[in-house]
Design a protein around this ligand. Structure first.
Ligand SMILES: O=C(O)CCC(=O)C(=O)O
Length: 317
């Protein structure tokens, strides 16, 4: 595995960012984000994990030693419960809005920055196969415009045995690559690119990559939980998938619930006032809700349409 191409925060500007992304599909900016802010969020998340019994009894919570009996991943109800608590933290949503983060992402996409509201937290148990995210491209799920970028950041130092992200260099040049059925994953060995890059990613580093760049998580072989965020950004002058703005599942997640305990309104529904072009459009959504082949997709599109109409009155009129 090759080491990451790195760029120092002092030589960061729109030309260097663009050159690196164009050449390799990603850029790793070392030591960019303020430790104090990451630590505040990390402590809040660790407290949730501790209360949920995810940390080894008797261990120091700040060490994030996992309780193997609690191991779970995305699809487990226990994971969803904890995830919902993390997702409701105002500090979790504030992170991609940090002025420094916005400045860097504007250097890449222009001044008209849209911060996708549904950042993801990754709470990855060690030595637990179902928690490993395999090779994929974010565009498969995020859709909208391909000029969309993910910023991945761990909330603690992430040496190789803690399962940091790795990147298939140059893979953004091959368009959308075939996936194995509906898994969203690319069959191992069939990914197109010019070699995997990886290595330690430290607290404060920011790994930025293009929506077509193939990436995967290294297995977490440590004894600790890996806690990281992926945040997504694009220009709001380019088409946006409505699915990144509303909740598309039939479950209990909603913006109202997410915001229910927030002390201020500052970051609530900030995207509603932007002149967004949806792809699929409302008209296309309603056609998809009627004509998609699979019934579950028809239901999903119908839910998206209802929620966009209810939550984004400016777009719906
Ligand atoms: O952090 C992970 O394990 C996966 C993250 C990822 O796939 C992403 O940021 O798109």
């Amino acid at each position: 595995m090759k080491p990451f191409h790195e760029i120092d925060r002092t030589s960061l500007d729109s030309t260097s960012l663009r050159e690196q992304i164009d050449a390799y599909g990603y850029v790793l900016v070392r030591n960019l984000l303020p430790q104090e802010i990451l630590q505040v969020l990390s402590r809040e998340i660790i407290s949730i994990l501790h209360t949920a019994g995810w940390l080894l009894p008797g261990s120091n919570p700040s060490d994030r030693i996992a309780n193997p009996n609690a191991a779970c991943a995305d699809d487990d109800p226990a994971y969803k419960d904890v995830y919902d608590q993390v997702f409701s933290l105002p500090s979790f949503h504030a992170l991609p809005h940090l002025p420094l983060m916005q400045r860097v992402m504007k250097q890449l996409v222009g001044e008209e920055l849209l911060i996708h509201p549904k950042s993801a937290a990754r709470l990855i148990f060690p030595n637990f196969g179902p928690g490993i995210i395999h090779a994929h491209q974010d565009h498969t799920a995020v859709a909208g415009d391909t000029e969309t970028f993910t910023a991945w950041l761990p909330l603690h130092d992430c040496p190789p045995d803690l399962g940091p992200l790795r990147i298939l260099e140059g893979s953004h040049r091959y368009g959308l690559q075939p996936t194995a059925g509906r898994t969203g994953y690319i069959t191992p060995g069939t990914e197109r690119g010019s070699g995997w890059a990886g290595g330690a990613i430290h607290c404060g580093d920011l790994l930025i990559f293009h929506s077509l760049t193939v990436h995967e998580a290294a297995p977490n072989r440590s004894s600790q939980l890996r806690v990281s965020l992926d945040c997504r950004f694009q220009s709001y002058l380019r088409p946006v998938n409505p699915g990144v703005l509303v909740f598309t599942g039939s479950g209990r997640r909603s913006w109202e619930r997410t915001y229910s305990l927030w002390p201020t309104d500052d970051l609530k529904y900030y995207w509603r006032s932007l002149p967004l072009e949806l792809r699929p459009s409302l008209k296309e959504l309603s056609e998809l809700a009627r004509n998609s082949e699979r019934p579950e997709m028809r239901e999903r599109y119908a839910r998206m349409l209802t929620r966009i109409e209810a939550e984004m009155p400016l777009i719906a009129t």
